[in-house]
Design a protein around this ligand. Structure first.
Ligand SMILES: Nc1ncnc2c1ncn2[C@@H]1O[C@H](COP(=O)(O)OP(=O)(O)OP(=O)(O)O)[C@@H](O)[C@H]1O
Ligand SMILES: [Mg+2]
Length: 397
């Protein structure tokens, strides 16, 4: 088994590294005598003669900018792999390399004893790291893009979006990404208890929009086996993000993930409309009160006039409460559309928001959990098969 993988066109360096391993380390070395680096983990792992190496050594004599880029991508997508870079130890470069996730720098002139020490350290670091699964691409072309919208604020969009993403993550682990397009005041990060290193601002940068592997490196992994792309840290950054950038971002993510769940700001701002046009499905959320239901009715009317109507429409009545003086039938007739899923008002949800742990992340018994699972089921391959695309009951007028 090759514990070490080396990519370099330098045969002399390869000899020294083989001696280092033979002189006291377990496992073998697989070498690619080339200066061409793989584009990402899939390309790399496809070329290996075994499942997973522990240590990847890049260089000498490979393009350093490409090596740093590869290290960045691997740091996110294959975090259990330890990457060593062969280069002269220039302090400015070391800093750049460490930021890219490189574990250590190996001098091109190191002798085999010096190499052995570094390789041993690298193996220890591998052993200490937690193994995570690599990306899984969707089997068939483009993913399902589900936008969660409502004209009114505070009706539960973020709650629905985060739970939907976590629920879908159980069906398709590592194939779900949630994107926070409430660019000014988004709270997906808080709802998922994340402290992201990168946000939508990085994800729409030229580097990411031209290279999907770079974009993926900007996603944050959540313990429920989903990815998150959180809103910018400062509301000011939102002003610099254009609808065109959002369109491109969602297009890229739909190419890579089975499910893209989009949380949005209240109302129908330009960014929201751009997102909606990229959606295959829209989840409309209304609370069980007259202003919220009327707001949604007006929103739906405007979109019909603008002819922006994604194919799949799902109406969620949130904070449903039989004692609030309104019935589901009242809501449906005001909306002019059926309610597809009802999520009761629940203390478990209020509590989960404050803890940053969506209710579907835990095995909780709660009526709201039932409703949220019903929503998730509409997007599962089974749910789709039972009632392809438009899955409404009769429209109540
Ligand atoms: N079914 C529910 N039962 C009880 N509380 C709920 C329910 N759904 C949402 N909430 C609570 O309502 C508050 C607002 O929810 P949330 O942040 O999801 O709404 P939002 O539509 O995303 O708001 P905004 O428009 O500000 O983004 C949260 O404190 C959340 O815990
Ligand atoms: Mg919100």
């Amino acid at each position: 088994m090759s514990r070490f993988v080396l990519i370099t066109p330098n045969a002399d360096f390869e000899n020294r590294l083989r001696q280092a391993v033979a002189g006291g380390l377990q496992g073998g070395v697989q070498t690619f005598l080339t200066n061409v680096l793989p584009a990402g983990p899939f390309d790399l792992f496809a070329q290996l003669n075994q499942e997973r190496p522990e240590v990847l050594v890049l260089g000498p004599d490979v393009p350093m900018d490409e090596a740093l880029r590869l290290a960045t991508v691997l740091d996110v997508q294959a975090p259990d792999l330890t990457v060593l870079l062969v280069s002269e130890p220039d302090p400015a470069f070391i800093l750049q390399a460490m930021r890219a996730g490189v574990r250590d720098i190996l001098s091109p002139s190191a002798d085999s004893d010096q190499m052995r020490v570094l390789l041993e350290h690298a193996c220890q670091s591998f052993a200490n790291r937690h193994r995570t699964e690599p990306f899984q691409q969707s089997d068939s072309g483009k993913g399902t893009v589900i936008g969660v919208f409502s004209p009114k604020g505070g009706v539960g969009k973020t709650t629905i979006a985060t739970n939907l993403a976590v629920g879908l993550g159980k069906i398709a682990p590592m194939s779900v990404v949630i994107v926070d397009l409430d660019l000014q005041f988004g709270d997906v990060a808080s709802g998922l208890y994340l402290n992201p290193a990168h946000t939508v601002t990085d994800a729409v940068s030229p580097a990411a929009s031209q290279d999907t592997l770079v974009l993926k490196a900007f996603l944050t992994v959540h313990p429920s086996s989903i990815y998150a792309l959180c809103a910018p840290v400062s509301p000011v950054e939102a002003d610099f993000i254009t609808p065109e950038q959002v369109t491109r971002l969602l297009e890229q993510l739909a190419d890579e993930f089975q499910y893209v769940v989009v949380d949005t700001a209240p109302g129908l701002p330009e960014i929201g409309l751009a997102a909606m046009e990229a959606c295959t499905d829209v989840v409309w959320v209304s609370a069980m009160d007259i202003p919220s239901v009327r707001g949604l009715r007006s929103g739906l009317d405007i979109l019909r006039q603008l002819d922006i109507m994604p194919e799949g429409r799902h109406v969620v009545l949130n904070m449903a409460d039989p004692k609030c003086g309104l019935s589901v039938q009242d809501v449906e007739s005001t909306l002019g559309a059926p309610v597809d899923v009802s999520v009761p008002r629940s203390r478990a949800i209020a509590f989960s928001t404050n803890r940053g742990v969506p209710v579907l992340q835990e095995a909780r018994k709660d009526p709201a959990v039932k409703g949220l699972n019903r929503l998730v089921e509409r997007f599962s391959p089974n749910g789709r098969a039972k009632s392809p695309r438009k899955t409404h009951r009769r429209v109540v007028v």
